[in-house]
Unconditional design. Structure first.
Length: 478
């Protein structure tokens, strides 16, 4: 007998607390002792912008908000915001790939410049949504938590589960799957990502992950070719869905990509799947811009405001400059446009609290993933969502989807002090989120430009002798 969906979700949260998952107290190293007082400017309170009432941070947590008794003279540091500066919760990227594919020979995790650049863009938490080198990503997270590296909170997922993982065993037994999940849970992963995992193993994976207090998200299909439709995965108890809403608009007679191009909102099938998400409390990671990168790259969203080339080594800059332009992929451009209409309809149907922000951009060298959060925010607003809703999607919705809504996602007493200050009101122009002045993570303040400067010239090989390290498939064929 299946447990009701909200009962399953409550059980998962309780297991997270009991078994050491993501809802445990912050493990990030903090050197801060004396309070930091943030005064002046404006603050996003979840509904709109209000005059900053004063925020006191101590030992990595928000101690007080709006306490008139704050004694700034006792603070270790007083930060005065300018009139055009806005205090927001730190952004949460729910589909943050550190992996890059610079030579069209497989993805490699970039863990040198990317942690700096995520912080520089106000992204204080990243859910990795499947890792190509999970041991390296686990080591990066641990180094950040020990205070040896600067970077965002990393919610590790370990390897992909399904045929998206190179070398995936299609004959894997349930027992072997359980043993693997047990192994990575013991190593400290904080969630699981499935991609192209069939109906034989998915229910067993969800059940085992929940026993460890881990949430599960999935890049699923239509049901065609032994894939699982999101509708059925929701019934199985999955926590989040990536990319496609699914349902009857994705018939199992063709692949998801083949049917999605005709899946307009406003139909009975769209309304049914939307209600299915709402009834089960399942989160949806829209990843609008993930498809736009491969499409026509409309200038309004895909202008290179970051000047991405500067972050590559001089050698890699020359390699990228000599490549012919990437041809737009028409199908993904169609999906990119369609996603705007569908996310607006999903939001207007009452599912706004279930939408999360995920970028899903494994860079090939033109754009960089840490800057993608700002394009995704822009896409939400261009789709017709209010800017305030877009900010909630990027903050509190993501925190709740990860099971850490009591700790992250809003500026409130008792929460972890993950904050970002931008110049210009994002509610007037959402593109103002690009103007990050500084980021606070666990009470530590990081100047955005200093982080960018530290990342400059560090991505990619320094010369041809180092190319092999960035081309895993080429290494395997040697």
């Amino acid at each position: 007998m299946l447990m009701p969906p909200f009962g399953r979700r409550l059980l998962t949260v309780l297991l997270v607390v009991l078994l050491g998952g993501t809802a445990l107290p912050d493990r990030t190293v903090r050197a801060q002792s004396a309070p930091v007082v943030i005064r002046g400017g404006w603050m996003f309170n979840g509904d709109g912008m209000v005059r900053n009432p004063g925020v006191v941070v101590r030992a990595g947590k928000i101690l007080r908000v709006g306490d008139p008794q704050v004694d700034a003279s006792a603070a270790g540091r007083v930060v005065e915001l300018a009139e055009d500066e806005y205090l927001l919760p730190g952004f949460i990227d729910m589909h943050a790939h550190y992996a890059m594919d610079l030579f069209d020979a497989g993805r490699v995790e970039e863990h040198d410049a990317y942690p700096l650049l995520f912080l520089a863009n106000g992204v204080t938490s990243t859910f990795t949504a499947g890792e190509m080198q999970p041991e390296e990503m686990l080591a990066l997270r641990q180094a950040i938590e020990r205070g040896e590296r600067r970077g965002p909170r990393i919610f590790n997922t370990g390897p992909y589960y399904g045929t998206a993982r190179p070398g995936w065993d299609t004959t894997k037994t349930v027992e072997a799957l359980h043993a693997e999940i047990d192994h990575w849970a013991e190593r400290g992963v904080r969630g699981i990502k499935v991609k192209r995992l069939g109906p034989r193993l998915l229910p067993a994976l969800i059940e085992r992950a929940h026993q460890h207090g881990l949430t599960v998200t999935g890049h699923l299909g239509s049901g065609y070719g032994r894939t699982v439709n999101p509708r059925d995965a929701i019934t199985m108890g999955i926590d989040r869905i990536e990319h496609f809403l699914g349902g009857d608009q994705l018939p199992d007679s063709v692949s998801a990509y083949d049917s999605l191009v005709d899946a307009e909102p406003g139909t009975p099938a769209f309304r049914r799947i939307t209600q299915h998400f709402i009834d089960h409390g399942v989160y949806f990671d829209a990843t609008i811009t993930a498809y736009g990168y491969y499409g026509a790259q409309e200038p309004a969203v895909f202008d290179d405001f970051a000047d991405a080339a500067q972050y590559f080594t001089p050698y890699m800059q020359r390699v990228i400059a000599e490549r012919p332009p990437r041809e737009p992929y028409d199908r993904f451009e169609t999906i990119y446009r369609l996603k705007h209409r569908r996310i607006k309809a999903f939001y207007e149907a009452g599912a706004g609290p279930l939408i999360t922000l995920g970028t899903d951009h494994p860079s090939w060298g033109q754009f960089l993933a840490p800057f993608s959060v700002h394009r995704e925010l822009h896409a939400f607003v261009r789709a017709g969502l209010p800017p305030g809703a877009a900010l909630r999607i990027a903050t509190i919705n993501g925190a709740r989807a990860l099971g850490v809504g009591d700790h992250l996602g809003s500026v409130a007493p008792g929460k972890w002090a993950d904050l970002v200050v931008v110049r210009g009101n994002p509610l007037a122009d959402i593109r103002n989120t690009r103007n990050v002045q500084w980021t606070m993570k666990a009470g530590q303040i990081y100047d955005a430009q200093t982080l960018k400067d530290a990342a400059t010239g560090r991505i990619g090989p320094a010369g041809p002798d180092e190319e092999a390290a960035w081309a895993p498939r080429a290494r395997q064929s040697e």
